[in-house]
Design a protein around this ligand. Structure first.
Ligand SMILES: [Zn+2]
Length: 359
């Protein structure tokens, strides 16, 4: 600012310089985003420093008031004050407006839109195999059986020797069983739990053991290398084949209906003697023959028999004092029959579209 320039012109220059830069803040859009409004707020603060601060042109003009001719002093002083007030007022107005824009933007950001549909929590449900297992457990618990659970990896003793499956028996073939590197095998039947239960509890004992078993089967519509069985064991003084037949007949009545008949066909299992396959009359056709029972009228329930004396001995139960019966049923197989599944693998694929039907 030179001494020669007209003080009035200097005030006008300060006013114009401010007006040029302030122009874009004169009509602030209320649609500014929070970020944009905050940036404008910082720009206004910077504008205030330059045009109304201690080093601004208008501040320099104030210092000139005492130096203008006495007759012009009052008029010049008023001009400076009016201009300064104009600048300050414009900055204050812009700042107030920005504050309200920012506040509104913050409220919008923090508010909840109640018109958006809520997210419904996805409630799960039990797997069909679990539902079937629970139905089976309920029936046997009401008949006085306890439910046992045990390991899935077994030693040769529990998987074979104690179950009267000697060395060289086809069931011990590596083609039929999964062996681990340490000489253990995945149990190929839940019968292993018979031995554990008798060793732990002694005789008499009445127990069922639902659980997973493993065979080296190639998966197909009726086979899976892992499936579910439920083992049953009843050991006491004077237990006979009649108890076995009565128990499984009662079980079939409760699971498939009171009209259900059962039949026993002679069979062979190493761990029972005598042994029998158990069938029940078809729950769908009542024995007349249909697609589910393959026109035979009968559906296979599982294997059964009187516990072999060698098995009792392996579990330290005296076969002279105690006798017992045992049976094994397929849980997933029964499940597939009841729900008329053409492919047992559906039960293991965890496809939500399939499983949701059992809600
Ligand atoms: Zn049928």
């Amino acid at each position: 600012m030179s001494e020669e320039s007209n003080p009035n012109q200097q005030v006008e220059a300060a006013r114009l310089a401010f007006a040029r830069e302030f122009e874009r803040f004169a009509n602030l859009e209320t649609t500014l985003s929070l970020q944009q409004a905050e940036a404008e707020q910082r720009a206004i603060a910077e504008l205030r420093t330059r045009h109304a601060g201690k080093k601004s042109t208008i501040a320099a003009c104030k210092k000139l008031i005492g130096r203008v001719a006495p007759e012009d002093r009052a008029g010049f002083g008023q001009l400076v004050q009016r201009t300064e007030a104009e600048i300050t007022q414009a900055l204050d107005d812009a700042e107030t407006k920005l504050k309200s824009i920012i506040e509104a933007a913050r409220i919008t950001r923090e508010s909840i839109d109640v018109t958006i549909p809520g997210r419904r929590p996805r409630a799960g449900h039990l797997h069909p195999i679990t539902l079937m297992r629970q139905r089976i457990e309920d029936i046997f618990v009401s008949l006085g059986y306890i439910v046992e659970d045990d390991r899935e990896i077994e030693t040769d003793f529990y998987n074979f020797d104690a179950l009267n499956i000697p060395e060289g028996h086809p069931a011990r073939d590596p083609q039929d069983t999964f062996y681990t590197t340490e000489g253990f095998a995945l149990r190929s039947q839940t019968s292993t739990v018979q031995i554990h239960a008798m060793q732990r509890r002694g005789a008499p004992v009445r127990m069922i053991a639902p659980g997973r078993v493993f065979r080296r089967d190639t998966p197909d519509p009726t086979h899976n290398p892992m499936f579910y069985q439920v083992e049953g064991l009843c050991v006491d003084r004077g237990i006979t084949m009649a108890h076995l037949k009565g128990t499984l007949a009662e079980f079939a009545h409760r699971l498939f209906g009171p009209e259900t008949k059962t039949r026993f066909r002679p069979s062979y299992f190493p761990f029972t003697e005598p042994s029998a396959e158990v069938d029940y009359s078809c729950f769908n056709c009542g024995g007349k023959g249909c697609r589910i029972c393959k026109q035979s009228g009968w559906i296979e329930l599982g294997g059964s028999g009187m516990v072999h004396p060698n098995v009792l001995r392996a579990a330290n139960v005296d076969p002279e004092e105690f006798t017992g019966f045992a049976f094994g049923l397929g849980i997933d197989r029964t499940c597939a029959r009841i729900y008329q599944l053409d492919d047992i693998r559906l039960l293991f694929e965890n496809d939500i579209r399939f499983l949701e039907q059992f809600r």
